[in-house]
Design a protein around this ligand. Structure first.
Ligand SMILES: [Zn+2]
Length: 63
């Protein structure tokens, strides 16, 4: 097998893995946002953001 076809196989595998991981990432984000939606936030504030210490939801202090 020459280098080119080895690379092609590798690229195809990586692309598959990336799209699988992307899907998992989307699921995790969805899961996280469900938790954050149901949370009664308790914010701790810094100069730039405020962040809920229960669910990690953060928003910028700049609007
Ligand atoms: Zn929260």
């Amino acid at each position: 097998m020459d280098q080119k076809s080895i690379n092609n196989k590798k690229v195809a595998r990586l692309k598959t893995e990336i799209s699988e991981l992307q899907e998992q990432l989307d699921q995790r984000k969805e899961e996280l946002s469900e938790i954050q939606k149901g949370c009664e936030h308790s914010f701790r504030e810094t100069n730039v953001i405020r962040e809920c210490y229960k669910c990690g939801y953060a928003e910028s202090m700049y609007y």
